[in-house]
Design a protein around this ligand. Sequence first.
Ligand code: FES
Length: 95
Amino acid sequence: MKIAKIDLDKNNMLIVDDKKYFVLHKPKDNTVKLVPANCPHRGGPLQYGVYNEAERVICPWHENKYKPCRLAKNKLPYVRVRKMCALFAVKHVKA
Ligand code: FES
């Protein structure tokens, strides 16, 4: 079993089996989720999006807004210890 670790202060994206995920950090409750980085609309790079005051992620391509819970439907499971996340049972990881 491979284990990948990412430093949340240094990385906001990782690639698992050629699929991109980004670190969705909700400052309000300090939660982190690793969610697919491709926008549901046309695959825009959500890792470059903005998290607005209404707690929506705004895609940089067409500015559609998404609730974090919608993006988190396909999140990766992980263990978080302070500023580090560890993923388990992944085949191929690039940070
Ligand atoms: S690709 Fe994200 S809003 Fe269109």
